[in-house]
Design a protein around this ligand. Sequence first.
Ligand SMILES: [Zn+2]
Length: 403
Amino acid sequence: MFRRRLAVFLAASLLAFTPALGSSAAPNDQPSTYEISGTTQPQRTAIARMGIDIHAVHGQVMTVGVTPREANLLKVAGYRLTLVPPPSREELANKYHSYTETQQAVKDAVTKYPAIAQASSVGQSYEKRDIPILRLTGAGTGDKPEVLFNCNQHAREHLTAEMCLHIIDRYTSGYGSDAEITKMVDSRIIWIIPMVNPDGIEYDNAGGGQRGWRKNRQGPGTDLNRNWGFKWGCCGGSSGSTSSETYRGTAAFSAPETQVLRDFVNSRVVGGKQRITAHIDFHTYSELVLWPMGYTTADTTPEVNADQAKTFQTLGRNMAATNRYTPEQSSDLYITDGSIIDWMWATHKIWSYTFEMYPTGAAGGGFYPPASVIDRETARNDAAVAMMLSYADCVPRVIGKTC
Ligand SMILES: [Zn+2]
């Protein structure tokens, strides 16, 4: 018993004074995927604060990518770790869109549907790649609420780009034939950004597409979804260590990719009013619908009053009922700070959600599921996307309020 306590104490001490657990491992210290069962929110937050690369959380099971050294530290600290064998990856090749193919898909949508689709660039990434954006809107005049869908802030989450491309395909090809789609395209302006992080995606794809790269390509890499400027670095929900997978950058908006996306969203304030009312930021994996705030476990905050919390919860649960994801406040997983959804809501009162797509765990392929699931897992969100669009004129309508 004493030995056990001593071991836990030593491990805790070691963790407390080890600031730089992260991905800058030696070549012989490559990460493997493990599941940690039976975790609570405080434990998950503690593990996140260690700088551990968290891949997914499903119920009490965390999936993490850790080096042998990190695995030992976690075991000594008393966590139950199970090694997940690497999935077979033969199906991956050439089915997921590269950056160039994604640019082409956006251009093709404009060529094929010039009456409703326009393409431009949000701005450039750190390595000077244009970040393409598609604007979709049809006939219909007057004040149109705007909805933003963005994908692939995190490079290795390739299924998300497919999700944005699926939305483009569905809302262009269905226009004029599907009544609900036609109504939404006519009455809304839909913005779609399939790849926020093209440098990271190109790096992850180089050499076979299995690097597990998450961040952008600025120096050691910044976690774009910890670089947003609301309560940046406030609360232990990101890392100051450059080697960490959740490195928050040198300052809020230090990453060119978050800067240009911020500037785009700011530019949608027209006549003193933010035109974008609703937003989904797609990630993988865990199968979750998440809402703000991430920086605190409190349901109501200075930014979110009781009606607003109820609105987030109700729409989140209603969307999750359609795709069978688990709905919860972002911080129910673990604390995050500097995330896009906290900024969207706190700065612009945009009803902003994170979707964590398929799978729930490493067994489904983790970040690299077989390409055979792309159609099924993107179509799985059709009803949720349609629901988000349908409430964009007045999201609090979902709890019976008027706007
Ligand atoms: Zn992500």
